[in-house]
Write a protein that binds this ligand. Sequence first.
Ligand code: FEO
Length: 168
Amino acid sequence: MVNEVMEKALNKQLNAELYSGYLYLSMAAYFEDNDLAGFANYMRVQAHEEQDHAMKFYDYIIRRGAKVTLTEIEAPQTEWKGVIPAFEHVLEHEKMVTGLIDDLVDLAIEQKDHATNNFLQWYVEEQVEEEENAMENLAKVKLADGNPQILYKINEELSAREHHPIDE
Ligand code: FEO
């Protein structure tokens, strides 16, 4: 079982993952509104992935005999000043999430909760990928800055992204 301190912290992270999904869905809507369907698809898939991250916490909390407690999800930003500011936001957000996961790992170690520490290592690895993707996408849209043809190409490329369930 996880103790009350860990239960509260895991529930807080579940909320943070749902917020990430909400933020990326908001970005999807923003891109739809700006006729960038490929970018919108990418963010929609990303939102789906965040929902998966949240559900992984949900299932773990239950498996460890604790209670899932859902709380209010903060309203996300709805407008950005273009693709570059949007992808800058993604990178900043993912760096922030990495910090949250690192804090959770610290807490698990402090609480001598080895199982939770072990569970969290999946997210430690996932955050490496999340930041890597965010950096790559930001570099791409920066290259396209002011060049509609390159932006169109990236839009095409991002339209191919599909959602894949998490490998256990
Ligand atoms: Fe749940 Fe984008 O990390």
